[in-house]
Every structure is written in structure tokens, then in C-alpha cells.
Design a protein around this ligand. Structure first.
Ligand code: 6GU
Length: 246
């Protein structure tokens, strides 16, 4: 397969959705070698313990570095070259399309899904020191119970960028958070009249340049309303003289 993805979790069943849809098809077609592992397979005690109380006190439990170390050493294998370790955590950098693009070029991605109050901080430190590219990533400013759902999100965002994964590659370049740096314009299909609502007349005009202009205006309008931060970040060189009228 082109890409190897490993997910380590104490709830491997959470990742069952990766058998479905585009990611599932990519696995069947051999484009993606995706393996889900149970962290408890690397425990050595009778109770299959993965966590302990935090040094310094405080609420909750912390995942033990020794169990994670044994698991990650085995899953990463010999070469650290080309391997990226992703540690989903609400205290990480916010995951964006830029991260997805970078991760889509990696040979191996390993997702270490923490639960409880997180994984002992020495784990990320150790693998960084060993030359693995480690990313501590959050999927947004809210709290989940663990890294599993965040891993699903990131794997889907990365998988659809792997060459040969999406049926029509045009749908990858024209979309939100793509080259334009704008939110998408509204889209319509048949029937042309529904629930007393008509589709915008320009879309029936057959006038390609007018349609493009209308779509760009709607994208700019929507982005200014919902995401002023994205407008502020726009490269002035990406604007045309008609945009400036807005
Ligand atoms: Cl990556 N993990 C958890 N537990 N909560 C989150 C998150 C990750 N991203 C946003 N909230």
C-alpha cells in the first residue's frame, strides 16, 4: 500500500467506521494499509493497567509511558524516517487542511489515542528525541473524552488527499479551505423550484464568466460574515479588482 496508518487505542471499536465509505474502499483497493490496535495488548499485569495517578496530585488518571513506549516501539518498527506520530490532544495545535496536506505525504502515520487526563508527557518527548516527527494536535476548542473521534476526523481529512482516493480530483481543488482561502459558495440542483424557492437566475444563464463572478461574490460574502479571520488572512495578490468593491 502507498500509506501505512496505525491507530492505538483502548477502545479499538471506536475506529470501526474506518471500514466504511471512501476510507474503507481505499483499504479494500490496497491504497491504504490501516491497522487498529488495542493498547492493552502491550500491558503485562493481570489487570491490563494502562493508567495511574498523576505525580503532583490532581483529578483523574494519566496514561503510563511504559505501556505506550512498548506499543509505539513495535508499531513504529525500525525506521523513524518517514514516520509521523500524531498525539490527539485538546492542548495541541489546531489541526488544519495544511496539516492534512503535510500528513498525506508521509509513509507512516501512527495515531496514539489517549483517554483520561492524557498520556505522560515524556512519551511525545522521547519519540521527538528519537527523530520521529511528533504532532500534538487538537481538532478544535471543545473537549472530547479521548483521541479516538479526533483520529477519525484527521484520518478522513488525510485519506481523501492520497492520490487515487477521490474519484474526481477536481473536487479536491475547488473546495472550502483550498487554494482560494474562502468558504464555499452555495450550490443548487434539481428541481429548479422547490418549497416556493427558486434557484438564482444567473445559474440558468449559461454565461460562464457571470456564474464565476456570482459564485466568488457569494463566497466572499459568506466568508466575511462567518469567518472574518479568513478575510484578514487573505493574500492581497489573490484578490481581483472586482473583489475590492465588496
Ligand atoms: Cl484531539 N482530544 C480530545 N480529548 N479532545 C479534543 C480534541 C482531541 N480536539 C478537540 N477536543
Amino acid at each position: 500500500a502507498d500509506v501505512r496508518v496505525d491507530v492505538i487505542s483502548i477502545f479499538p471499536d471506536y475506529l470501526a467506521a474506518l471500514d466504511l465509505s471512501l476510507v474503507g474502499k481505499a483499504r479494500q483497493r490496497g491504497l491504504l494499509d490501516l491497522r487498529v490496535h488495542d493498547l492493552r495488548d502491550w500491558t503485562t499485569d493481570r489487570h491490563r493497567t494502562v493508567d495511574d495517578t498523576p505525580f503532583g496530585g490532581g483529578a483523574g488518571m494519566v496514561m503510563r509511558p511504559d505501556v505506550w513506549g512498548t506499543a509505539l516501539d513495535e508499531v513504529l518498527g525500525a525506521g523513524t524516517e518517514g514516520a509521523h506520530l500524531i498525539v490527539p490532544t485538546p492542548s495541541g495545535e489546531v489541526f488544519t487542511q495544511r496539516h492534512a496536506e503535510r500528513l498525506a505525504t508521509a509513509e507512516q502515520l501512527v495515531f496514539a489515542c489517549g483517554r483520561y487526563e492524557g498520556i505522560d508527557a515524556r512519551v511525545a518527548q522521547h519519540y521527538r528525541d528519537a527523530g520521529v516527527t511528533v504532532h500534538e494536535l487538537s481538532i478544535g476548542d471543545y473537549v472530547l473524552n479521548g483521541g479516538e473521534v479526533a483520529s477519525l476526523v484527521m484520518i478522513e481529512a488525510v485519506a481523501r488527499l492520497i492520490p487515487g482516493m477521490v474519484g474526481n480530483p477536481d473536487s479536491l481543488v475547488e473546495e472550502s479551505h483550498g487554494a482560494a482561502g474562502l468558504l464555499e459558495y452555495p450550490v443548487y440542483t434539481k428541481p429548479p423550484s422547490w418549497a416556493d424557492l427558486e434557484i438564482p437566475e444567473v445559474l440558468l444563464s449559461g454565461h460562464h464568466a457571470k456564474i464565476e463572478r456570482w459564485r466568488r461574490d457569494r463566497a466572499l460574502e459568506r466568508t466575511a460574515r462567518l469567518r472574518p479571520d479568513m478575510i484578514a488572512a487573505l493574500d492581497v495578490a489573490s484578490l481581483d479588482k472586482h473583489d475590492l468593491a465588496l
